[in-house]
Write a protein that binds this ligand. Structure first.
Ligand code: ATP
Length: 385
């Protein structure tokens, strides 16, 4: 286990100033997995103004002061440093009514969702584990901290997070936690769609276990609590883990034959770009003939969405062929032709609309291999037709 020197600097600076400071959450899990964390979260007994004072000579960004979070940047690395917090009642099922800062790490750990997310680690690698997180981690189990139904009732997003972590880590969800997650899944309707999207995206992009977890969610009608009468492409559950982990392709695979796929995507309020990618994959129809001219036409119309469609349908062979053409060739639209409208009006008598028609004729002739995409050849061809 190697904590980067910059993070060690932050932890030590806090402890040297008389506060407690620990790594917490995902980075602790990553250390236990022997993986280098992507980002570091620090939890501390210092209140936000105190943290800012400790790092007065460093770069500090008050990213979420209300929730006790400041971001410290030091020597090319950053970490979010958050004050120990307690969370009081969640009357709306999504936000704590009140967040209070605390000096006691037990308050901070008990508000966390799962035992494997409720471990804290100091800079020497000593772990504070009040809820059996290390044991659950070793047994590969996602277990709620405390009474699962209470925790899921407080914040329904945790239901989806249980599936997300099970998918990401390849863990099983402990029985009582799973039962509560399934029976309280209708409460997911209380959660903002943006928060659902963040978790769902992570869930479907898991490297090995998305299919297994999505199947559990499908069979137990949890997906029906996230989408309106979804028609799941059940076959995709068997191969979704083999699809490159891009959420739009995996999402499209999951809803490939659902007429309302675009509504399902949009309901999650993703970026326009994400919704458009899924829409293109859904619209694209793979041809029954896989000859090169047909595939070029498909690529010309759908670009990489055609490759994604083949992937989403688990048609690897056609996907590879499409990829090869897309990767090695460079003429898929009129603007890729080695000739333009001015050239055409210079060398032929075509004018106005005819120029556009000529360009399209040339493009299809290139697709069909009747002419090379080279100016002189294109002009020659044009004169002949
Ligand atoms: P990853 O890096 O894969 O996203 P993470 O554990 O860092 O994993 P976050 O969503 O960033 O995931 O959450 C950070 C930590 O905050 C969690 O490990 C957990 O302790 C706590 N946490 C986050 N969301 C909740 C929640 N809704 N309820 C309780 N605790 C939460």
């Amino acid at each position: 286990m190697n904590i980067p020197v910059q993070i060690e600097y932050m932890l030590k600076k806090l402890t040297d100033s008389g506060y407690e400071a620990y790594l917490v959450g995902g980075c602790v899990r990553d250390f236990l997995l022997g993986k280098t964390p992507d980002d570091y979260d620090i939890t501390t007994s210092a209140f936000p103004e105190e943290t800012m004072a400790v790092f007065a000579s460093d770069k500090v960004v008050p990213t979420g002061l209300k929730h006790g979070t400041v971001t410290v940047l030091y020597s090319g690395m950053s970490a979010e440093i958050t004050t120990y917090r307690t969370e009081t009642a969640y009357t709306d099922g999504r936000h704590p009514d009140n967040v209070e800062f605390s000096r006691d790490i037990r308050d901070d750990l008990c508000r966390r969702d799962f035992t494997v997310n409720a471990m804290a680690m100091d800079f020497d690698g000593n772990i504070i584990d009040l809820y059996g997180g290390v044991r659950d981690f070793d047994n590969r189990i996602i277990r709620a901290v405390g009474e699962p139904s209470e925790r899921f009732t407080e914040d329904a997003l945790r239901i989806l997070r249980a599936f997300r972590f099970a998918s990401k880590l390849g863990f099983d969800i402990e029985n009582k936690t799973l039962k509560a997650a399934i029976s309280l899944a209708p409460r997911l309707s209380l959660v903002s769609r943006e928060r659902i999207f963040i978790e769902f995206e992570k869930l479907i992009c898991s490297m090995y276990y998305a299919g297994k977890i999505l199947r559990i969610m499908y069979e137990n009608k949890v997906l029906d609590c996230i989408f309106d009468k979804p028609q799941i492409n059940i076959a995709a559950l068997d191969y979704i883990d083999k699809i490159p982990p891009f959420a739009h392709t995996r999402f499209a695979a999951l809803f490939l034959y659902d007429e309302r796929i675009n509504e399902h995507v949009k309901s999650l309020k993703p970026s326009n770009e994400f919704a458009a990618s899924v829409k293109s994959i859904a619209e694209c129809r793979l041809p029954s003939e896989y000859d090169v001219p047909t595939l070029r036409r498909l690529l010309s119309r759908y670009k990489d969405a055609a490759i994604d469609r083949a992937t989403a349908e688990n048609k690897g062979e056609i996907g590879n062929r499409l990829f090869e053409i897309f990767d090695t060739e460079d003429c898929f639209s009129v603007s890729d032709l080695d000739i333009n409208g001015t050239d055409i009006s210079n060398v032929t008598s075509r004018r106005g609309k005819e120029i556009g028609e000529a360009l399209h004729t040339l493009l299809f002739a290139v697709f069909d291999g009747k002419v090379e995409n080279r100016k002189s050849d294109l002009i020659e061809y044009l004169k002949r037709i």
